[in-house]
Design a protein around this ligand. Structure first.
Ligand code: ADP
Ligand code: MG
Length: 728
């Protein structure tokens, strides 16, 4: 409980506060939001009035029924209204605590209220004050009392009107009250205190962006002014539901609108037609050391067919970890290079860039394709290490056909002679932003292939992604065995170690993923919290490394990998693992994305319950990449954790994504993105009917007004939205 927080009784003063408020007003200008609270809000990403009022409660407490004190029965949540006849602090030395006890009376009778360890309450609540109290009635040792009730003082000037049967416009009691996701130091009480007067001031200034007739009326949605009020301070729980329905509809509608309008925009652009070079494609397939799966062949064909059009391709190649997307992309790259066009192949990390450079160079041996690598630090062309300036020059002259790289690839200086195809790997999003950067100053648009190992749940592919060109690889390469997944409780740890030793002795390798560390909330600022976090993870990795190499496996070779290491160091570590000189690699989540070490057969995840389902699945995908039996050990004290159970039940990423959707459940309007879209959209995606409705609504609006000329507000929001979810 924070003492600085308003303890009732002063709220009405707020209306006299001077100054105008807009959605864009910074939180610093909100009356009563001091520096401490500004920091806390910023930590949640809330910097403006608009962001604050769009910080929604995740549930409600219904204190709307005010009853006579005599009717308050034990076991019930009640709200009463009366006069304090006595209030005092009692110190209990034995238990080192304070109890604050008050007596409250109304016409029907009297009641006791008890608070624990809030002695400062007596500075706020005084004898003869009129108050609302809301909370649970308990009965202990024959005594009835209200236990730690929420309280709210009724200002003196309102007491008279109450006596005339009117109701005081309360904030924390006497109504349905919002409960916000609690973050340290920012109570729901404080948020209500700030948000309510703010809403009163601002709600009429919030522009309505949903089309009135086509959307609001047709789908019976609350207008924004009402919805924003009802989501915070609903008249009834039904009204709260209606408000939520509007915001969910809006989010899905915007998402559909973003996808559809991008499609319309792209259809007008021109790309270069790249004919299928059957000879090369055939030769490529024949040279592969394995047979392509049916899904791989289908996906490759769809891509090659797209390239054969003057309409820019915008395709997402989605396949579970290890399903073999790289080969498919390489085929598209080869075909493009054979038409004298360049390919930009972008990946998220340097490690992955190098690995791709190697893999693709091997796959394309004998095709006379020039392959380049550009990362933050090193650059290669045709197997030779060269200076950055040199590679940039080669790209400009068209002497590099396929350029593989990290973000370095989209920097200003890199200009292609004739870019035909952009491939973006492991992005979880569609990367048109990157494409836009890559085709600066070009007359035509390159084709775009995005790849993701983030399985999109079936419900999604049927609905929202229905308008996106999507190739799915669902079938795994032949001969892969099911990864044996087990939850390991602390007392079974030794057995897991014994097993690891046995596997290593037979020539296999092991990953150990260190537990995720929550950012410490003690830090004063997001930036600092993140830095502290990555160092904490480094510490965890080092400790685990020490433990394993000194105590557990002194006879084995242990390696360590974390985000704070220099690139050269990382390289060395990975090289040693690849050459099988390292038996066990201890790591942070850097091993999560993309890398391919078929000889690794055990993934041991420490503190597995700390990870999200998507991440756990990514971890597991690092093993099981060969014909050997692989294992995933989930170390946790909580064997009943539903995510861990789901990991055991499902292997398939698509099924897991579906399950994840269910586990999260609706109601959580805030939160992180996992599978590429915001959580609460994910939650509402369960409602296929609603998704379908929003998609049709978006289509209708765009059919009449493709540029959204009549809806400037919607147009602006669409732009913001596209940036926000990097959809574009
Ligand atoms: P991801 O889809 O996760 O990017 P990769 O492209 O890294 O997967 O492929 C994973 C591994 O599977 C690689 O070692 C690759 O050589 C191999 N692979 C790809 N396709 C096949 C196939 N059809 N049969 C056997 N192995 C394959
Ligand atoms: Mg990959």
């Amino acid at each position: 409980m924070d003492k600085a927080s308003p303890c009732g009784g002063e709220e009405w003063l707020f209306d006299s506060a001077q100054g105008h408020m807009y959605l864009s007003t910074p939180i610093e200008e909100i009356p009563r939001v001091g520096p401490q609270y500004q920091k806390k809000l910023k930590k949640l990403g809330i910097e403006t009035v608009g962001q604050l009022i769009f910080h929604f409660p995740h549930r409600y407490e219904d204190f709307s029924d005010i009853i006579p004190i005599s009717k308050a029965e034990p076991g019930k949540i009640v709200c009463v209204q009366g006069k304090i006849t006595e209030i005092r602090n009692i110190r209990i030395f034995r238990r080192r605590m304070y109890i604050t006890e008050a007596k409250i009376n109304d016409e029907s009778g009297g009641i006791r209220a008890v608070w624990f360890n809030q002695p400062y309450l007596i500075n706020t609540l005084k004898k003869s004050d009129f108050v609302f109290l809301a909370g649970k009635m308990v009965s202990k040792n024959g005594k009835k009392y209200l236990s730690s009730p929420a309280y709210e003082k009724i200002p003196a000037q309102f007491v008279e009107s109450l006596e005339n049967g009117k109701r005081y416009d309360s904030v924390h009691t006497g109504r349905i009250i919002p409960v916000y996701p609690e973050t340290e130091g920012m109570s729901s009480r404080w948020l209500r205190f700030i948000i309510k007067p703010l809403l009163t001031k601002i709600k009429d200034k919030i522009p309505e962006t949903l089309p009135k007739n086509e959307v609001l009326k047709k789908h019976e949605l609350l207008p924004i002014k009402e919805a924003i009020w009802q989501i915070h301070f609903p008249d009834t729980l039904e009204k709260a539901e209606l408000a939520k329905k509007r915001f969910v509809f809006e989010e899905l509608f915007d998402l559909s609108l973003a996808i559809l309008s991008e499609k319309i925009r792209l259809a007008k652009e021109k790309a270069i037609l790249i004919p299928i070079n059957l000879e090369s494609v055939k030769k490529f397939v024949e040279k592969l050391p394995f047979k392509l799966t049916l899904d791989q062949r289908k996906a490759a064909w769809q891509i090659l067919k797209d390239l054969e059009k003057t309409k820019p391709m915008n395709r997402l190649l989605d396949g579970d970890v290890g399903s073999g997307k790289t080969v498919v992309a390489t085929m598209a790259a080869l075909n493009t290079a054979k038409s004298e066009l360049q390919i930009a192949f972008m990946v998220p990390t340097e490690i992955l860039a190098k690995q791709h450079f190697k893999t693709i160079s091997t796959l394309l041996k004998g095709f006379r394709i020039k392959i380049g690598l550009i990362t933050g630090k090193e650059n290669f062309s045709n197997g030779r290490k060269i200076k950055r300036k040199e590679i940039i020059e080669k790209i400009k002259q068209g002497k590099v056909d396929i350029l593989i790289g990290t973000h370095a690839l989209i920097q200003e200086k890199v200009k292609f002679k004739k870019l035909g195809l952009v491939i973006i790997d492991e992005q979880h999003r569609f990367g048109i932003e990157q494409r836009a950067k890559l085709c600066r100053k070009q007359k035509y648009i390159p084709h775009l292939l995005s790849m993701s190992a983030t399985p999109i749940p079936r419900t999604l592919t049927l609905t929202i992604y229905g308008d996106l060109d999507l190739s799915l690889i669902k079938e795994m390469p032949k001969g892969r065995k099911k990864i044996i997944t087990e939850i390991i409780r602390p007392e079974k740890r030794q057995q897991a170690y014994d097993f690891i030793r046995k596997e290593v002795k037979s020539g296999k390798q092991v990953f150990v993923a260190c537990p995720r560390i929550e950012p410490s909330t003690k830090n004063n600022g997001v930036g600092q919290a993140l830095i502290a976090l990555s160092w904490a993870e480094v510490k965890a990795v080092k400790e685990e490394y020490e433990k394993l190499s000194k105590n557990i496996f002194p006879d084995l070779n242990i390696g360590m990998l974390h985000g704070k290491m220099k690139t050269e160091e990382k390289e060395k570590v990975l090289k040693s693992f690849e050459n099988r000189k390292t038996d066990i690699l201890v790591s942070t989540s850097v091993i999560e994305v993309g890398i391919d070490f078929p000889n690794a057969t055990i993934m041991m995840i420490e503190g597995a319950d700390k990870f999200g389902l998507a991440q756990l699945h990514q971890f597991r995908g690092r093993v099981g990449r060969s014909k050997y039996q692989s294992y995933c050990f989930l170390l946790s004290e909580f064997p009943n954790n539903p995510r861990l159970k789901a990991m055991i039940k499902f292997q398939d990423g698509f099924e897991l994504a579906e399950k994840d959707l269910k586990l999260r459940g609706p109601g959580d309007l805030t939160g992180q993105r996992q599978w590429g879209v915001p959580d609460f959209v994910m939650a509402s995606l369960k409602n296929i009917e609603l998704v379908e409705k929003t998609r049709i609504a978006a289509k209708e609006v765009l059919q009449i007004d493709p540029e959204l000329k009549n809806y400037p507000g919607l147009r602006t929001k669409l732009k913001e939205f596209q940036q926000r979810i990097h959809l574009e």
